[in-house]
Ligand binder design. Structure first.
Ligand SMILES: C[S@@+](CC[C@H](N)C(=O)[O-])C[C@H]1O[C@@H](n2cnc3c(N)ncnc32)[C@H](O)[C@@H]1O
Length: 387
């Protein structure tokens, strides 16, 4: 099961490029026979050769001793786990990249169920071990699912270029030169750590990270998004944060936005799992926030369908998120839109189950009055309906 991987076409495709990129501090992960580490040691100051396979490492140790090679350090490691606080100029990785074959398990070949899982795990951590301008050389095959590898790289904010290919009988090999994207470098300069992909919205991608031990969210414009909504989000958040609305913004840059990560439940989930008193307090709090936005002549939009736009925290504070579509208006609609939601099919039955009975006709009438005369008095009457 733990045979040493004899260099093959993938090893040779990779080895060809080692002389062009090796300098300073190099890491050869999954070193196996040591073919890449030995080549890199001719050009670099120091090479770390890591593998999970102790037999391979034992053999490599003998080779470097015999050849009196002084600049290779050998370490047993599962991916980066044995390394602490070290950043490389170059990381070389010829990983196991084939879909696992249960009948013939082989750690040198099995990249996980679909072939790319180990590559994925590698990129979860790679940025922490690469200098800002460092490079990664990665080999994989058409059997790995190239689209998935590309997605993993983009999701982890790496740029990449295909610098070599080799057609074999059953597959094609790919060699990628990978670097930290300018955005990733910028985030790291702001001392944001542990950057990880979180989710994909219509207009942006969300990452999480840590800033001074606090969990933060990073919203990044999707490459293919035509209109830049991120700066709109930042613009309104800065204004609304002063009124305690929205997650606290930390950085609002042209191409990304960093704010406190809001941990909690989406509003409908919160309602489903909470009691009447807590639900009433939260709904009234949301309405108050809507009223403030109305007063400021800002339309958040989407308040009639805020399923994923209101998160209720553990301390039962509803936080409105996503101000991408917000705009200045002469006809503020936040309160009336949220009332529309409260009597909509999305939530009506759940509220009834929780014994919160809203008189629909009266709600419509009060909303009409409020629309004509959007003052505190009319708003209070709407609040009274949440009982
Ligand atoms: C395809 S071989 C490449 C060997 C050599 N670098 C080359 O280019 O020929 C993959 C190597 O990765 C090692 N490996 C597999 N899983 C690993 C892990 N989780 N951490 C470190 N090394 C691993 C295997 O033991 C094997 O030596």
């Amino acid at each position: 099961m733990d045979d040493i991987y004899e260099p093959k076409e993938d090893s040779f495709l990779l080895k060809e490029e080692i002389k062009n990129y090796s300098h300073g501090l190099v890491l050869d992960l999954g070193t196996g026979s040591g073919i890449q580490a030995l080549e890199a040691s001719k050009y670099a100051n120091k090479v770390y050769a890591l593998d999970i396979n102790s037999i391979a490492l034992g053999k490599l140790k003998k080779i470097i001793r015999k050849n009196n090679i002084k600049n290779i350090i050998i370490l047993k490691s599962d991916l980066f786990h044995s390394l602490r606080k070290i950043k490389f100029d170059l990381i070389i990785f010829n990983p196991p990249y084939l879909p696992s074959d249960k009948k013939y398990p082989d750690r040198a070949l099995d990249g996980g169920k679909r072939g790319y899982e180990l590559i994925h795990a590698f990129f979860e951590d790679a940025c922490n071990f690469l200098k800002p301008t460092g490079l990664i050389l990665l080999v994989f095959s058409s059997l790995t699912n190239k689209n998935k590898v590309d997605e993993v790289l983009l999701n982890h904010l790496f740029d990449f270029k295909l610098i070599g290919t080799k057609k074999l009988f059953f597959e094609e090999l790919f060699l990628y030169k990978i670097s930290k994207s300018p955005l990733l470098q910028e985030l790291e300069e702001l001392e944001i750590k542990d950057i990880a992909y979180f989710s994909r919205g219509k207009r942006g991608l969300i990452y999480t990270g840590a800033l001074k031990n606090k969990k933060i969210a990073i919203k990044v414009k999707r490459k293919e998004a035509v209109v830049d909504k991120i700066s709109n989000d930042a613009y309104w958040l800065k204004i609304l944060n002063k009124k305690n609305i929205g997650p606290k913004i930390i950085y609002g840059k042209e191409n990304f936005l960093v704010y406190d990560f809001v941990e909690g439940d989406f509003i409908v989930d919160f309602i489903e799992k909470s009691g009447k008193t807590a639900i009433k307090a939260v709904l009234k709090d949301v309405l108050e926030q809507c009223f403030i936005m109305d007063k400021l002549n800002i339309n958040k939009l989407e308040m009639h369908h805020p399923i994923k736009h209101i998160i209720v925290t553990e301390s039962k504070k509803p936080v409105l998120i996503d101000f991408e579509r917000a705009k200045k208006t002469t006809e503020p609609k936040n309160v009336t839109q949220f009332c529309q939601f409260l009597i909509s099919k999305h939530i009506e039955q759940t509220l009834i189950l929780k014994k919160i009975l809203i008189d629909e006709n009266l709600m419509i009438e009060l909303c009409r009055n409020y629309k004509d005369n959007p003052g505190r008095q009319g708003f209070e009457k709407i609040l009274e309906l949440i009982k």
